[in-house]
Design a protein around this ligand. Structure first.
Ligand SMILES: NC(=O)c1ccc[n+]([C@@H]2O[C@H](COP(=O)([O-])OP(=O)(O)OC[C@H]3O[C@@H](n4cnc5c(N)ncnc54)[C@H](O)[C@@H]3O)[C@@H](O)[C@H]2O)c1
Length: 255
């Protein structure tokens, strides 16, 4: 029982209002998970909940800016008094297109607060709860940029490398207590994020081509494809996968 009065498992997903987070919520709802969704975009989160309503599972949510660490810690501590999480997906992420010289201290801090500190906080609160119940599964969404250097993405790629480090350390400490925790490292995925990058680009057609060509088959991934991978890592079929960096990038980081 994860929500009181429910026999279904409960999945907690951050950044669930759009892109990979929403696709993951939809996949897990179809698989019969109840959902607890976090996002800072109240309007999109409400739309996401309405769209997921047809799956007949319990959906609760909270509008939170994951960059506000103190508030995140306080709100989650309270919410976890009345729910037990079986599957945690730390998906929300942000990035600034900057070199080391261009990156401001505020941009660096916000990137790390959302991409790694919020992931640390949810794990800090939920791992002990999972251990007390005999185990649980976690996926932290990193990036291909955690594995290779990315041009013009200093804070982003550094924070995603930290996500991989956190994932491996929690695995090392808690695998024997039933925690399975993996990092998902997607290549370029055709989400609203990429849509915004293209819209802001001087030459969206050329930029899209460049982004597509990083994948060896010349195509971006889709949010639904990454959601398939996340759902596998959370599922009993993923039992033997722990502490891994699961790349889904059509060969981007293979060469
Ligand atoms: N799209 C890609 O090409 C790609 C590639 C590799 C990794 N990723 C990673 O996948 C994850 C999801 O990316 P996406 O492409 O679906 O992004 P997206 O921007 O399309 O969706 C991200 C969601 O997170 C929410 N969010 C952002 N900042 C937040 C905050 N401070 N507090 C609460 N919610 C917040 C947004 O409102 C949005 O709903 C990110 O961690 C990203 O780094 C994406």
């Amino acid at each position: 029982m994860s929500y009181p009065n429910s026999e279904r498992k409960l999945a907690f997903i951050t950044g669930a209002a759009g892109g990979i987070g929403f696709a993951t919520a939809e996949h897990l709802a179809k698989d019969g998970y109840d959902l607890f969704l976090v996002d800072f975009n109240a309007e999109l989160l409400e739309k996401a909940k309405q769209a997921l309503g047809k799956y007949g599972v319990i959906i609760d949510s909270v509008v939170l800016d994951l960059a506000d660490s103190e508030n995140l810690l306080a709100v989650l501590t309270k919410r976890l008094e009345t729910m037990e999480v079986d599957a945690l997906v730390n998906n929300a992420g942000i990035g600034f297109a900057r070199t080391v010289e261009q990156t401001t201290l505020d941009e660096w801090d916000r990137t790390f607060d959302v991409n790694i500190k919020a992931t640390f906080i949810t794990c800090k609160l939920i791992v002990p709860q999972m251990i007390a119940r005999g185990g649980g599964a976690i996926v932290n969404v990193a990036s291909a940029g955690a594995m290779v250097g990315l041009k013009n993405r200093v804070a982003y790629a550094s924070s995603k490398a930290a996500v991989v480090g956190l994932t491996r350390c929690i695995c090392a400490d808690h695998a024997a207590q039933g925690i399975r925790i993996n990092a998902m490292a997607p290549g370029t995925v055709d989400s609203p994020w990429i849509g915004k990058i293209l819209a802001d680009s001087d030459d969206p057609v050329a930029t899209r081509k460049m982004m597509e060509s990083r994948q060896l088959d010349g195509q971006m991934g889709t949010p639904a494809e990454v959601a398939n991978g996340i759902a596998f890592l959370l599922s009993p079929e993923g039992r033997f996968v722990n502490g891994s960096v699961f790349t889904m990038d059509s060969g981007y980081t293979a060469v």
